[in-house]
Write a protein that binds this ligand. Structure first.
Ligand SMILES: Cc1ncc(COP(=O)(O)O)c(C=O)c1O
Length: 395
């Protein structure tokens, strides 16, 4: 592949392979929904009974409904909107755990699980065990089982590793947690919209999702599913537009967990993104992404000195392909891909030192290329050729 002159490259469209951080571009219907809502329906939902406020409330309800269809949530009010996955995970962790509890999490967790747990070790005297994962990013269910104690109240699991691309067995883990009298919180940041997620069928108690990744909505959207048979202590208190005379947070859902004015235009965009995923069908998206990640892995592995992290070629994974190259700084590779080839990927620690420890890349970090909406075989080939070129130049 020929090196692209910086001047010329600036006019080329970016090859965007950073969907694990946030998806881009979005389906056109998402932009239209945001703009339409902002221009026509962006009164304050639940805060008035005039027609525009009612339309704004409908925007929220419609989004809960399509999310429910995609993620298998029967009652739309069991979804609480948040600004992102991090807030949803904090809402679940801080709203559920009590002093002296024991928690089991995995060595694939994102910092949005690891950091709250580490902070609660100080304030709640929380006990935490992290289950190791192997080089394929998989855990041993027997080892998880052995970690349960009398005071274990929560098992937290990253459904799909944002570094390794591995997919963990959510239904089996839920079954295990329930048998031991605990609840399960699933982080579906990298699986929602990418692979099938069946929350109620799998008996998941809580699930945190981003609106802005595989669900193709705008940034500033996300949410938490809370099973109907459980309640959390709200982690933020404030105005809900309901039971305003009461000093306590209302018990009714979703108001209890959604104080303050929501991101109505963003949620309208999220509904359009979810609708797109439903129309394409998530199993179709999953098989397309699996095919592209297979192509990417095969190509990268044919380059001398390149090592791909996570599940080996041919085994199940999402569209996340992280790699390292002998004697090369991942940050330098990502910089060259961007500046010389117009290819956007991410390098560094990917907010998951736990997974880096599992993969043996805590000292180096890794380059992560991630596939998503609109990714093509040509784009994947362009990445492979660019990495091959960098490997040859920097030898
Ligand atoms: C597995 C995982 N959990 C949580 C998050 C945090 O997501 P957000 O940026 O929506 O807060 C990410 C983000 O990349 C992630 O990959």
């Amino acid at each position: 592949m020929e090196r692209v002159d910086t001047e010329i490259k600036a006019e080329r469209p970016t090859i965007y392979l950073d969907h694990a951080a946030t998806s881009w571009p979005k389906p056109p219907a998402v932009y239209e929904a945001v703009l339409h809502t902002l221009q026509n329906d962006a009164a304050n939902p639940g805060r008035g009974s005039h027609r525009m406020a009612v339309r704004a409330s409908r925007v929220l309800f419609n989004c809960r409904k399509v999310l429910g269809r995609l993620l298998d949530i029967r009652n739309p009010v069991d979804i609480a909107f948040t600004g992102n996955t991090t807030m949803a995970l904090n809402m679940a962790i801080q709203g559920f755990l009590r002093p002296g509890d024991h928690v089991i999490a995995t060595m694939t967790e994102h910092n949005s699980v690891w950091r709250p747990l580490e902070a609660l070790k100080q304030t709640l005297q929380l006990q935490v065990d992290y289950v190791p994962v192997d080089s394929q990013g998989q855990l041993d269910l027997l080892q998880v089982d052995q970690l349960f104690q009398a005071n274990t109240r929560l098992l937290i699991c990253n459904h799909s590793s944002n570094l390794l691309g591995s997919i963990l067995p959510a239904a089996e883990l839920a079954e295990l947690a329930h048998r031991r009298g605990a609840r399960i919180l699933l982080d579906i940041a990298q699986s929602a919209g990418h692979i099938p997620v069946r929350l109620q069928e799998w008996k998941i108690d809580m699930a945190a999702f981003p609106g802005h990744k595989g669900l193709l909505g705008p940034q500033g959207t996300g949410g938490l599913y809370i099973a109907p048979d459980m309640e959390l202590e709200p982690w933020i208190y404030g105005g809900t537009g309901s039971q305003s005379e009461a000093s306590g947070q209302p018990a009714v859902r979703p108001d209890r967990y959604e104080p303050g004015t929501p991101n109505t235009p963003g949620i309208a965009g999220l509904a359009a993104g979810v609708q797109h995923v439903l129309e394409q069908s998530v199993s179709h998206i999953a098989s397309q992404e699996q095919q592209l990640s297979h192509q990417m892995m095969e190509g990268l592995l044919s380059i001398p000195g390149v090592q791909v992290l996570g599940p080996e070629l041919g085994r199940e994974r999402t569209g996340i392909v992280s790699f390292i190259m002998e004697h090369q700084d991942p940050a330098q590779i990502a910089f060259q891909l961007d500046r010389e080839f117009g290819i956007a990927v991410r390098a560094g620690m990917h907010c998951t030192p736990l997974a880096h420890r599992s993969a043996g890349t805590i000292g180096t970090g890794a380059v992560r290329a991630s596939i998503g909406y609109g990714s093509t075989a040509d784009e994947v080939q362009a990445l492979i050729e660019a990495v091959r070129w960098i490997a040859r130049q920097n030898k």
